[in-house]
Design a protein around this ligand. Structure first.
Ligand code: F0G
Length: 446
């Protein structure tokens, strides 16, 4: 039965192979060929990859069954949490063109201690740190890198706060395309720098912040013949849409009230809105969950813009959550569209709130990097303010692995973080190697 479904799925794919996806400007709707290697419309607007969704109308049950059945298949394209949704991701690519590591398929957790801390609130944490390079970036990268390979990219490049860099370096190795990554010297977590070096990317540390690095990448791409793999590349967002579909599939397409996600360059915010728009248009869902985007208070232009009636804000960013240390998010306009479509909200949380939330989330035994825990801190804040009601249901995204930034975690538990308290520290203890000292340490712990 399942095998038959998968085979039928192959048929669906074949029937859909001639689908003609396009690039389309989100501001003026002008269309360009997918092969046009541009990042913006002539009018300056951001571009979407748009698909002909009408071919799926009336075939919702068929699609849902197909997506589910592929999880039992052995082929990499079916096992990937991105490509099992391939009809709605990038049907133009043939299966043998997919550069995939079966990314996605991340777990959904109910964490007891975190739920208690949230007053018993029913939240599912989807842990994107369980992707091959330890963050959600792999979902976007399998798509953008496969497309870059198809387009015969000479070099791939990104500016990054660290996780995009790790994913670019890793998937460039798979694609066998030279990779250049630009990171901010002194503001990139060690685990991420280690990955970029280890995977063989040309690792450039710039004397400047992420926003400066991204500006340089965008300015130099044409002269140097670089294919940009930041989330301004619309193919990235097609992959990141699958975070939403995977969570909905896990929930048997029963829509939660809220989806909570940290916001930096606003790629996820943009991709989530697009995933929900498409799911609604096809009929995969009948109701739309509200997006809650959480920024770090020191890097919160989007939260400020939301509060100011969508005035476009740019800030000089500073936060311990270095992954979201971004003051000029490139996907602003797409993210506004997502918030409007989902009747969403944007708020910010302090570094103290992020690190205390992280201590709680980590204590449930899986843990995540600081930026990820902005979603837990934001959830706490929105429950406290009453915007999220105790009886509602939420999915919160943990975006990156705990081990990405060991310095932040050890610093918190050792009480050595600059300007931050450590009320929930699990202090390391140093003892002489004696039975008495060990017994004393145990007695203190219990
Ligand atoms: N969480 C983590 C762990 C991240 O690495 C990022 C972004 C975000 C959240 C924010 O996501 O940009 O989609 O709003 N990191 C990028 C990078 C910018 O270069 O790794 P977003």
């Amino acid at each position: 039965m399942l095998v038959r479904s998968v085979l039928e799925g192959r048929e669906l794919l074949k029937r859909n192979m001639n689908s003609n996806s396009q690039l389309q400007c989100i501001a003026c709707q002008h269309e360009y060929s997918l092969d046009d290697q541009r990042l913006n419309c002539d009018c300056g607007g951001l571009l979407d990859v748009v698909h002909d969704l009408s071919i799926w109308s009336g075939r919702v049950a068929e699609l849902k069954e197909l997506f589910r059945a592929r999880r039992n298949s052995d082929t990499p394209a079916d096992r990937s949490g991105i490509w099992r949704f391939r009809e709605l991701v990038l049907p133009e690519l043939r299966e043998d063109e997919l550069l995939t590591r079966c990314e996605g398929n991340t777990r959904h957790y109910r964490f007891a201690k975190t739920s208690d801390w949230l007053g018993g609130f029913d939240v599912i944490f989807k842990h994107e740190g369980e992707n091959p390079t330890g963050s959600f970036k792999d979902r976007g990268m399998t798509v953008a890198m496969s497309w870059a390979k198809r387009q015969k990219a000479k070099y791939v490049v990104c500016a990054s706060t660290g996780n995009t860099a790790a994913a670019v370096a890793s998937y460039a190795s798979l694609a066998d395309i030279p990779a250049i990554i630009l990171i901010s010297e002194g503001n990139t977590a060690l685990g991420k720098v280690a990955q970029s070096l280890a995977y063989g990317a040309l690792t450039v540390k710039i004397r400047g912040d992420f926003d400066t690095a991204l500006k340089l990448v965008l300015e130099s791409r044409e002269q140097l013949g670089l294919t940009v793999l930041n989330s301004v590349n619309p193919f990235r967002l097609e992959g990141q849409k699958t975070i939403i579909w995977e969570a909905l599939d896990f929930l048997n397409w029963e829509v939660p009230d809220w989806i909570v996600v940290p916001g930096g360059n606003l790629g996820n915010t943009s991709a989530f809105g697009k995933a929900l728009m498409e799911a609604k248009e096809i009929g995969l869902i009948s109701k739309v969950p509200r997006l809650a985007v959480i920024q770090a208070a020191g890097a919160a232009p989007f939260a400020q813009g939301f509060a100011a009636g969508w005035q476009h804000e740019i800030v000089t960013a500073d936060t311990i959550a270095t992954a979201i240390r971004i003051g000029n998010p490139v996907n602003w306009d797409k993210a506004v569209r997502s918030i409007k479509f989902t009747n969403g909200v944007v708020t910010s949380v302090t570094d103290q709130e992020i690190m205390d939330a992280k201590a709680i989330v980590d204590s449930d035994g899986v843990g995540a990097e600081p930026a990820s825990c902005a979603s837990a801190a934001g959830l706490k804040k929105l429950l406290t303010t009453g915007l999220i009601k105790p009886e509602e249901r939420a999915v919160a995204i943990l975006t990156g692995h705990l081990l990405k930034d060991p310095a932040a975690t050890v610093g918190y538990h050792s009480g050595t973080l600059d300007k931050l308290e450590s009320p929930l520290a699990n202090q390391p203890v140093v003892i002489d190697p004696t039975l008495e000292a060990l017994a004393l340490a145990l007695a203190k712990k219990s």
